[in-house]
Design a protein around this ligand. Sequence first.
Ligand code: NAD
Length: 261
Amino acid sequence: MIEGFDLTGRAALVTGGGTGIGKEVARLLAQRGADVMLVARRADRLEAAAREIAEETGRRVASLSCDVTDADAATAMVQEAADRLGRLDVLINNAGMSSFSALSKMAPELWDKDVRLNLNAAFYVSHAAIAHLKAHGNGAVVNVSSLAGINGTVGCGAYSAAKAGLQMFTRVAAAEWGPAGVRVNCVAPGMIATELAKRGWAKVGFDATDACKVFPLRRPGTPLEVAQAIAFLASDAASYNTGETLTVGGGPQLKGMIDAD
Ligand code: NAD
């Protein structure tokens, strides 16, 4: 293991850890030596993912079913995770998704739902976890935002606003918790071909290959490519990084007047 990336002896909690980016992060953290708790709402899918990663890596990988938008449930879940793992060093606030609606047609309840999941839940879980993360003087939180939180996405107004808020939560939490040895960083993925994303694109007839023509790397990213950035920020390899948002989006999307290359 390259020095700084080894997570042996650490315990990690990954929300939304049963599918997509969260599952790849959980796998990578376990491959690097961490014990991992996967958290999401659907117990069956989570248990299967935990079993798969445990068998593959030989690490202790368990799961807890929890709706992280419920502050009380999130608090109880974090305590149970810390009790079962014996400690908590790494928190990945990854659970998130977007509704689709024009702002003028968006019901206030839908706005609230997206903000609760993509912003409030990260606060609830972090707030419950902070004492555990501080306990060994070397904790790390990584929040999963989105390029939608930087550029904005039409039809995903609440999600875009919440993901932008998550980047500022990252900065303030980093400033408040840094003196106690807890780093807080964020990744902002672009278009990532998770199974659920691919199914969603097919359903609305969205042509990802065509959409990627504006990205320098000309293709959607993979869940593993996002997981690698998250695992970096969660590890000692990023020991002097805090309050940062790292985009994982295939490069800057610039417009030009001539075909330059
Ligand atoms: P995904 O749907 O596979 O993952 C989302 C996870 O969150 C699921 O496991 C789901 O069960 C969990 N979840 C949803 N609501 C929850 C709740 N109330 N309580 C607990 N768990 C809940 O999709 P993904 O693409 O892997 O998304 C992971 C993160 O990456 C999300 O925050 C998403 O916004 C972000 N992201 C994804 C993309 C992309 O293109 N796939 C782009 C930018 C950002």
